[in-house]
Design a binder for this molecule. Structure first.
Ligand code: FAD
Length: 394
């Protein structure tokens, strides 16, 4: 049986970022780390099925982990992308209110812009208010009565991002095993024994970064169901016509009322020049149900035609979907990220509900985990040492 200091379950952006962060620190003795993944590659689930937006945190509750880690993580991710040559589109984000909403008396949306402006000021996010003509100068095809612009928001190639984190981790000694689905977790004195469908692994610290299945993995380790993930699918259509691809160049989001559960269907340009619209929010029963009962394009057109009147259903082609691993708070709203030490010995860290903005937050989330006192105490990091990320770790 193979023995490790740390076993990370899940090779999504979070598992790979934590592996890299752990290996980038100076510990008293070198750590043996394994990442166990059920698919044959990294980012095969949510980390490879998103919008790639490096969010500012403006949509999140001030003081939440989601808000703080998105802001910090996005800054780290932009610097990392530049350093590693990962495709990055420095598009900026527009959050707009349509004339149609104002005519329909939806003044709540206007007050949302005020709330976002206040939130941005509190959290020192660079932002400006823009008039219709200002918006038209930025995006000639956009019809909007006003909006705010966040110039620092970028879009990253999420697959290349996760692949690079894996390359860094592997170069510094992390072992990745693919096609290994975790089916059992037992305790043996101070270790966990993680059983996959192919092997058994011993580890003193277990980090559960299993995304949609993190509730099931936590239940295996804890022997009871402490968390329940609600899978919420988000679908995308693509503008495939060569002329329509250029309709919008920036991220354009609607201003939604405070009680909205998501950030809204938006124009989602990518570093490779493609333009998508989405994602919507559909609660699904099956955590792997990416395609059944696809939402017809009409609702996407309805959501965005008020900003771009020339948009038609025939412009859109079904592209892909991703599934958010949501967790609900007691008040019926989505919970903040949960990063919980659920056992000190052996050490169990559960990362639950890492939905959007988890891609943005990943590098900061990894720091957050590694700097937890329980992790520091377990691996005796030498006092006074600092993070040692160079261009490549190793
Ligand atoms: C539609 C959509 C749009 C989004 N847009 C954005 C965005 O623009 N910006 C942003 O910041 N965030 C966005 N997100 C959120 C972001 O994609 C996620 O927060 C992030 O990818 C979560 O990463 P993860 O590593 O926690 O999970 P995952 O990527 O799901 O990784 C978990 C891994 O664990 C593996 N695993 C699970 N169970 C087992 C098991 N039993 N054995 C072995 N392996 C297992 C899985 O196979 C998977 O590879 C979006 C999400 C969705 C769905």
């Amino acid at each position: 049986m193979n023995t490790y200091d740390v076993c990370i379950i899940g090779a999504g952006v979070v598992g790979c970022a934590i592996a890299r962060e752990l290996m980038g620190r100076h510990w008293d003795k070198p750590l043996r780390i394994i990442v166990v993944e059920q698919h044959d590659r990294v980012a095969a689930e949510t980390s490879g099925r998103n919008s790639g937006v490096l969010h500012s945190g403006i949509h999140e509750q001030p003081g939440s982990l989601k808000g703080r880690l998105a802001r910090e993580g996005s800054e780290l991710a932009v610097a990392y992308a530049v350093e590693q040559g990962i495709p990055l589109l420095r598009t900026g984000m527009v959050i707009a209110i349509s004339w149609e909403d104002i005519r329909r008396g939806l003044w709540r949306e206007a007050s949302v812009l005020r709330r976002l402006l206040i939130n941005a000021r509190k959290t020192r996010i660079r932002i400006s208010f823009v008039t219709p003509s200002g918006l038209r100068a930025l995006e000639p095809n956009l019809r909007s009565c006003c909006g705010i612009v966040l110039p620092d928001v970028s879009v990253i190639d999420s697959l290349a991002f996760v692949e690079s984190l894996r390359t860094d981790s592997e170069a510094s000694g992390v072992e990745f095993v693919f096609n290994n689905r975790v089916v059992g977790i037992d305790e043996d004195a101070a270790d966990y024994i993680v059983t996959t469908d192919r092997q058994k692994v011993h580890a003193a610290c277990l980090i559960n970064a299993a995304g949609l299945y993190s509730d099931d993995i936590a239940a295996l380790a804890l022997r009871h169901k402490k968390y329940t993930i609600r899978p919420v699918r988000g679908e995308y259509y693509e503008l495939v016509d060569s002329e329509k691809k250029g309709l919008i160049g920036r991220l354009v989001y609607p201003a939604l009322p405070a009680h909205a559960t998501g950030k809204g269907i938006h124009f989602s340009p990518r570093p490779n020049g493609r333009l998508f619209v989405g994602p919507n929010e559909v609660v699904v029963q099956d955590k792997a149900d990416y395609t059944s009962r696809k939402t017809p394009p009409g609702m996407f057109v309805e959501a965005l035609q008020k900003f771009v009147p020339t948009l038609k259903e025939s412009d859109l082609e079904w592209a892909y979907s991703g599934i958010r691993p949501c967790i609900m708070a007691g008040n019926g709203r989505k919970s903040d990220f949960i990063v919980a030490i659920d056992s000190e010995s052996p050490l169990l860290i559960n990362l639950i509900g890492i939905e959007s903005p988890g891609l943005s937050a990943a590098l900061a989330l990894a720091r957050h985990v590694v700097e937890m006192p329980s992790v520091q105490a377990r691996f005796n990091q030498s006092r006074g040492s600092s993070p040692s990320h160079g261009s490549r770790i190793g």
